[in-house]
Design a protein around this ligand. Structure first.
Ligand SMILES: Nc1nc2c(ncn2[C@@H]2O[C@H](COP(=O)(O)OP(=O)(O)OP(=O)(O)O)[C@@H](O)[C@H]2O)c(=O)[nH]1
Length: 290
């Protein structure tokens, strides 16, 4: 991840190469933070903290300010625990989020990621209304070396597919069951009812280990507004931020964690099957402020 290019790093470059810290430093830093989608709620306190630090430690070298910024971001990112809880057997993972954010791709990448740790995986295609979605998921499962439970007929009750997936995992001794869910229904309450039913039915067999909400990192704060219903109703335990490859919006990662109080657990950085990593605040902060 460290070798990825982050536009935010570029935005800060000119800033930290000036010979000394002056009044323009603060304007430039504010513009850079807002531009990188930290949002005003975070940009303000970070700026204040940096100003106070510069004063207190009599810092004049922009390089020292840069180090202080990186440390502050890391500390803020590390406030939540990014560890996935997958010790149950099977560990049931529900993946939720609106369509188009990269949910299917993430499930494929996640299955591959887990296979890399020698965990067996079954994915459940509980987004049953779109045949194309089932096929797309099947392709990813195949590439990842995971098995798949599909609906027997289009439009089959998503909860029954989810049930069959967990049941299959239990019978076959499969370590992880990842369940894809619908991202859009006619109404928000319909969607939440459906998710609620999936949960109840699955929980008859096994506790749910993780509910991962997938968010598109390029849509920033807007994307978060779209996902509000999931946060309120779906019992989300972790966030997955996708499409961060080459994104200028890396600050969104910190903003979304602070706004929701839900830890980031996975980061998607490309369309390839290997382009998913766990979330490591130290590495991420170093990528944001290189
Ligand atoms: N650059 C980049 N593209 C991604 C990433 N994750 C997903 N995508 C792309 O985003 C698009 C949508 O991804 P899907 O996985 O189909 O999204 P979805 O949420 O399942 O959407 P539906 O299939 O419409 O429900 C695809 O073109 C993916 O290749 C990522 O981390 N980086």
């Amino acid at each position: 991840m460290a070798e990825r290019s982050w536009t935010f790093g570029g935005a800060l470059k000119g800033l930290f190469t000036k010979p000394t810290i002056d009044e323009t430093t603060w304007d430039d830093l504010e513009v850079a933070l807002i531009g990188a989608d930290f949002g005003p709620d975070l940009a303000e306190p970070i700026l204040e903290e940096m100003r106070a630090g510069v004063e207190r430690f009599q810092i004049t070298d922009p390089k020292d300010l840069k180090r202080m910024l990186r440390e502050s971001i890391e500390e803020r990112l590390a406030k939540y625990n990014p560890t996935l809880t997958l010790s149950e057997r099977p560990a049931v993972v529900l993946v939720v989020g609106v369509n188009g954010v990269g949910k299917t791709t993430t499930i494929g990448k996640f299955a591959k990621f887990l296979r890399g740790y020698d965990r067996s995986v079954v994915v459940g295609a509980a987004d049953t209304f779109r045949a194309a979605a089932v096929e797309q998921l099947a392709t990813w499962a195949d590439r990842a070396g995971a098995s798949i439970i599909r609906p027997q007929a289009p439009g089959q009750d998503p909860a029954s597919v989810a049930y069959q997936t967990v049941d299959h995992a239990m019978r076959e001794g499969i370590d992880i069951a990842i369940i894809d869910t619908a991202g859009r229904l006619q109404t928000k309450s319909g969607l939440m009812d459906e998710l609620g039913k999936v949960r109840r039915v699955v929980e008859k067999l096994s506790p749910i280990a993780e509910v991962l909400l997938v968010l598109d990192g390029t849509t920033g704060q807007n994307g978060l507004a779209q996902a509000e219903a999931f946060i309120e109703h779906a019992g989300v335990t972790g966030l997955v931020i996708t499409k961060l490859d080459g994104s200028a919006k890396g600050g969104f990662v910190l903003a979304v964690q602070e706004r929701t109080g839900i830890p980031i657990k996975l980061i998607g950085q490309g369309e390839g099957i290997g382009d998913l990593t766990g979330f490591t605040p130290h590495v991420f902060a170093a990528s944001l402020v290189p």
